[in-house]
Design a protein around this ligand. Structure first.
Ligand code: SF4
Length: 429
């Protein structure tokens, strides 16, 4: 006897290492939405044609990608393959940083819809509308081929972090807890201000603690990390530290039974140098399990920092590094080589500073400047190293005194530069 299968709705959310934290948060938002309980959600690290075919045989199939600007080549190629194989039997949605900046580009590359800005509200709503054969044109942050007015993230309502989970407990896609979103600084190399706005929002201590307790209970969480553009700004408006509020948070999460280790201020978070004080780090030391603290210094030149609108000096950076060492942390110092306006001499000074930092007991994290869409430096030339700098940075990496993908970023920076020029050309047409 042939068993008749019930028509179903499937969401295949392609997960990649570059987007796994946003996938975890968005699937968490779907899990919370009672209207979507019937939706079969998968988050595979690869898109297998077989699983897409199987989903189509069972019913409506939606494929989603969270698209970073550095990943467009790979994502567009995958979308082309899916379209070639399955035509309009699938609906393809794109979100994430690149969708927020160039939504129409996604549509011309095979996507049906692009979600601009924060996805926690818009993405579940879009899924629900699609599952009910409605037109999602009323959702302001959803861009379709027919959309004429393109929203920008800053004009859209901002998400209250407490209303959504930091990860997807039911699907067991976990990640760091995003404690802070938004940044009041406008470093010109960074797209965060464009994407999440200048208003800083924090997840409340109660919400963080509750989700972590659940993660311990249901997923056997033993350690946790946090996600923040500037971890030491927790609890305040983003321009200065609020150590008392930070301590209440740390006290609360380190009390959770079963959660053995709490990592705060280390990767994937970072701290701005002028927020680092001996008192704060001594307090942190009493709670956290991390040995390192991630400090954004970015350049050895005050001139380059000023040009980049960084709002701190090299001296403040060096003070923060010394303070971290005194407090028993290993400073893990972020540096960007080839920032716009940097001279050859300044590049060499930054590379030399990395050697000095290692000598002091720090580790370094190297980047090559990439003209990120949405950043103020979007139209700037890509960072380029010379042979000597490449050799010296390679030596640091080999000695494990430098982490980071600086060598692949040189190629990505060139790619972004050519894409930015192309996009400029098409918007001028
Ligand atoms: S680099 Fe950090 S401090 Fe600067 S704008 Fe981006 S998130 Fe804010």
């Amino acid at each position: 006897m042939r068993v008749q299968q019930l028509a179903s709705h499937s969401l295949i959310f392609r997960t990649h290492s570059s987007s796994r934290y946003s996938v975890a948060a968005l699937i968490g938002a779907i899990e919370l939405d009672e209207r979507l309980v019937e939706l079969d959600v998968q988050a595979p690290p690869d898109l297998s044609l077989k699983s897409v075919r199987y989903a189509i045989e069972r019913g409506q199939t939606i494929i989603a990608h969270s698209v970073m600007s550095t990943q467009t080549e790979r994502v567009y190629e995958e979308v082309r393959k899916i379209r070639k194989q399955f035509g309009n039997d699938v609906t393809i949605i794109g979100g994430g940083a690149h969708a927020s900046i160039r939504p129409k580009e996604l549509l011309t590359n095979g996507f049906d819809y692009a979600v601009v800005g924060e996805g926690e509200v818009a993405f579940p709503e879009l899924l629900w509308q699609l599952m009910n054969n409605k037109s999602p044109s009323e959702i302001p942050s959803v861009i379709a081929k027919t959309t004429e007015e393109i929203s920008v993230p800053k004009d859209l309502p901002i998400v209250d972090l407490d209303s959504y989970p930091p990860f997807a407990l039911k699907t067991n896609i976990l990640g760091p807890v995003e404690v802070t979103r938004g940044c009041p600084f406008h470093c010109k190399f960074c797209s965060t201000p464009f994407l999440t706005g200048g208003r800083v929002r924090h997840r409340s201590i109660e919400s963080i603690t509750n989700w972590l307790k659940l993660a311990v209970e249901k997923s056997g969480f033993e350690r946790t990390w946090f996600l923040s553009p500037n971890a030491l700004c927790y609890g305040g408006h983003g321009r200065k530290a609020e150590p008392e509020k930070l301590e209440v948070l740390l006290k609360s999460v380190t009390k959770i039974e079963g959660l053995d280790e709490v990592f705060f201020g280390s990767f994937p978070s970072e701290v701005r140098p002028e927020f680092v004080t001996k008192a704060i780090l001594d307090m942190l030391r009493g709670y956290v399990a991390n040995d390192t603290i991630q400090i954004g210094l970015q350049s050895s030149s005050n001139r380059v920092l000023k040009l980049a609108n960084r709002h701190h000096t090299v001296e403040e950076g060096m003070d923060a590094i010394r303070t971290a060492l005194d407090a028993g942390f290993i400073p893990h110092v972020d540096m960007i080589f080839g920032l716009p306006g940097e001279t050859k001499e300044e590049l060499h000074d930054s590379v030399k500073l990395c050697y000095d930092l290692v000598e002091m007991g720090a580790k370094t994290h190297g980047h090559v400047f990439m003209p990120l869409p949405g950043s103020e430096y979007e139209d700037a030339k890509p960072g380029r190293l010379d042979v000597e700098s490449r050799r010296l940075l390679g030596e640091l990496s080999r000695r494990k005194d430098m982490t980071g993908s600086w060598s692949t970023q040189e190629g990505i920076a060139e790619y972004l530069y050519s894409q930015n020029k192309e996009s400029q050309g098409s918007s001028e047409d």
